[in-house]
Every structure is written in C-alpha cells, then in structure tokens.
Design a protein around this ligand. Structure first.
Ligand SMILES: C=CC1=C(C)c2cc3[nH]c(cc4nc(cc5[nH]c(cc1n2)c(C)c5CCC(=O)O)C(CCC(=O)O)=C4C)c(C)c3C=C
Ligand SMILES: [Fe+2]
Ligand SMILES: [Fe+2]
Length: 360
C-alpha cells in the first residue's frame, strides 16, 4: 500500500495555502477538507411535555452516575419504582407553563440553537470553522452533533459545555458523552474542551451589564438581589467538586464589578432533588427568611445558567416569586439569563476564539 497523500490532497487550513487537492490514488477512500468543529453542549431537555417524553428524558438524566452517585442496586428501584412513576407528570405540568409553543420545544432548546446560529454568524471570518449544538441528554444528541461535524470534514472539535461553573454533574458528564461518541468512530477527531469560565472578565462583565440593564427596566429598585445557582448534593462538594467555590467566586467578582456589598448580592442554591443535604443557603428558605425580616422588594439572577430553562423560568419566575409574595414581599423580578443576547454571545465568542488559538 502506498503512502496516503493526505497532506498534498488537503492542505491544513492553518497553512494558509490555497486548498488545491492533488488527485487521490485509484480506490482511495474520499478525503474531506480539514475543518474545525465548534460544538456547543447544553444539559438537555424533554422532547415534549407528555408523560413518555418526560419519562425518557428523566430516565436518561437520572441514570447518569455522575448525577446520582448512589449504588445502582439502591438507586434503580427508587428511580423506576418511585421517581419515574410520579415525576414525569409533575415536571411535565411545569414544562407546559414555560413551553415555547411557536416552536413546540422547551426554551433551553430554542436558546441553545439560537446561540449556535449566532456564533456561526460571528465566526464567519473563519471559513474552516463549523458550529453545531447538542445535548448531554435527549435531542439533538451529542453523538449526532459530532457526526454532523465529522461529515463536514472536522478533524478537530472544540467542545463547549455551556456551564460557567464546573461540576462533575454537568461539565464532566458532557465531556464523557463526547468521548463516548468518539469511541464509536474510526477516525476520531482531536478534541479540546472550553474550560469553566466562572471568573472570566468577559463573563463577569457581561453579567454585570445585563443585570444593570434589567434592573434599569424595573419600576422599583430591589433591596436585595439573590445570585441563585443550581445546587448539588453537599457530599459531592465534600468529596472535591469545585462547583461551590466557582459559584462563590462568580458572585464575589460580580459584586466587585457592580460595586455592591455582601448584603445587596447574596449567593444561594436552588433546585434540590431528593432527601440528602444540598449546598446551602437554599434559595427558597433565604427568600422566606428575607421576607420575614421585612424585605419588600427583591430580584433574582441566575449566573450559573447560560440560558433560561425550567429551573429559572418556572422555579424562580413562578414558584419562588409566589413564595416571596406570600411571605410578605411586595415586588419581585427575575433577571433573564444571558441567553442569546448580545452580551451572552460576546462571552461565547470570546471563549471560543481564545480556545481556537493554535488551530486557526
Ligand atoms: C441529583 C439531581 C440533579 C443534579 C445533581 C443536578 C445538577 C445540575 N443541574 C443543572 C442544570 C439544569 N438542571 C435542569 C433540570 C433538572 N435538574 C434535575 C436534577 C439534578 N440536577 C432534574 C430532575 C431536572 C429536570 C427538571 C425537573 O424534573 O425538575 C435544567 C433545566 C432543563 C430544561 O429542560 O429546562 C438545567 C439547565 C446544573 C447547572 C447542575 C449542577 C451544577
Ligand atoms: Fe439540574
Ligand atoms: Fe469553596
């Protein structure tokens, strides 16, 4: 077998040479142009609000040993016997309240798609780059997204788990899933992963600008703002997950940027699941306590969520709002996530361009 003339057939994009393919030997498998894929990865979301789409989504999510660390012998009877018999209905009813009816999908999917489309536009000056998006759980799957990039000739993939703060329950499992997809491929692309960006000046700056603009649109000035992050079980933190530290640092930097003190911007943790202790202070308990202490106006921002989703729109925007108002609060606002806003896209683009160094 003669040597495969790949380097003459397809010059590396970084070489600056004009792409002029030399003829391949007869019978040689096709050689694609060498491109670079950028893959935006988010958590995932159900395909519908009915019982079975919710069941499939929750089963995949809650079967992940990165998310639930209990032994399978203990967890599976609880998952199949209890959680998956009740939660699909209850969560499905909540998803109905925030569903994007126009597109018949959840906001998380709408925003993630839009982020990918806007990023592709922003990177139009890099013709060798292709952008795709995928989910850790559900659709579009990470595997399909990787395949789409490969089919376009990407032999290098920059994957971007869209979580500012690292957690094994989110970032690590997104990367696991990417490598699971590569395990099935003969010609597996080289991979880089965008690191957590909880203290990146571009991210802190974008959050501060987006918060300032959202607060300026309100007809009141909140006495307190909560920076509410998704929680994780406390034992995960005790065993070394750095998520809590990342969240605390994001809030501190945000406070410094805004020039606020510790009473004005408070870190809390939301979205508990199951009976064990999660990271504290809890968002709901803090809201009740503050209302009990006489706080009448409050806003909540969710710096740990790159896009609005069930946990921000329904849990904060409806449940926690109601709790605050019932406990004596009078004015409440939920500050939108960065989403596909110009500020949000600046962060994504800045991180991607930085991490592409050396490839372009
Ligand atoms: C033990 C269970 C869970 C852990 C640990 C967990 C960590 C975690 N999750 C996010 C971000 C999101 N979670 C979302 C939904 C969601 N999360 C859990 C459970 C755990 N999350 C469940 C069961 C659900 C589904 C909704 C429900 O039934 O209540 C979402 C929203 C998805 C959407 O479709 O809108 C996001 C985003 C982070 C950042 C995190 C740890 C840091
Ligand atoms: Fe979650
Ligand atoms: Fe810490």
């Amino acid at each position: 077998m003669s040597e495969t003339p790949v380097e003459t057939a397809v010059p590396a994009p970084s070489s600056g040479e004009a792409v002029k393919a030399a003829p391949l030997p007869a019978g040689h498998p096709p050689v694609k142009p060498r491109r670079i894929g950028v893959l935006l990865v988010n958590l995932g979301t159900p395909d519908g609000t009915g019982y079975w789409p919710m069941w499939r989504y929750l089963r995949e999510f809650l079967s992940d040993p990165r998310v639930i660390e209990l032994s399978r012998a203990i967890w599976y009877p609880i998952l199949y016997g209890l959680v998956l018999t009740t939660r699909p209905q209850k969560s499905g009813d909540n998803y109905k309240k925030i569903w994007n009816r126009e597109k018949d999908e959840s906001p998380l999917r709408t925003y993630t798609r839009s982020q990918a489309e806007k990023l592709a536009d922003a990177l139009a000056d890099l013709p060798e780059v292709r952008v795709e998006w995928g989910m850790r759980y559900g659709n579009p799957s990470t595997r399909n997204a990787v395949q789409r990039l490969f089919d376009q000739g990407c032999d290098r993939i920059l994957t971007f788990p869209l979580y500012p703060q690292y957690s094994a329950t989110t970032t690590a499992t997104a990367n696991d899933q990417l490598f699971r997809a590569l395990m099935k491929m003969r010609h597996a692309p080289a991979v880089r992963s965008v690191p957590p960006y909880y203290d990146e000046p571009a991210y802190i700056d974008a959050l501060a600008r987006s918060m300032t603009a959202a607060l300026a649109r309100l007809d009141f000035e909140p006495e307190v703002v909560l920076a509410s992050y998704h929680g994780i079980p406390k034992p995960y933190f005790d065993k070394g997950d750095p998520y809590h530290c990342h969240c605390m640092k994001t809030t501190r930097l945000l406070r410094e940027k805004l020039g606020w003190d510790e009473k004005r911007l408070i870190t809390t943790f939301q979205s508990r699941f199951g009976a064990q202790e999660w990271l504290q202070p809890y968002t709901d308990k803090t809201v009740e306590r503050l209302a009990g202490e006489g706080v009448k106006s409050m806003a909540i921002v969710n710096p740990g969520f790159s896009v609005d989703c069930i946990e921000t729109l329904d849990e904060i925007g409806r449940e926690v709002r109601d709790e605050f108002l019932h406990a004596g609060g009078e004015k409440f606002a939920h500050i939108p996530c960065l989403n596909d806003s110009p500020e949000g896209m600046e962060v994504i683009e800045a991180m991607v361009r930085r991490e592409l160094h050396g490839w372009i």
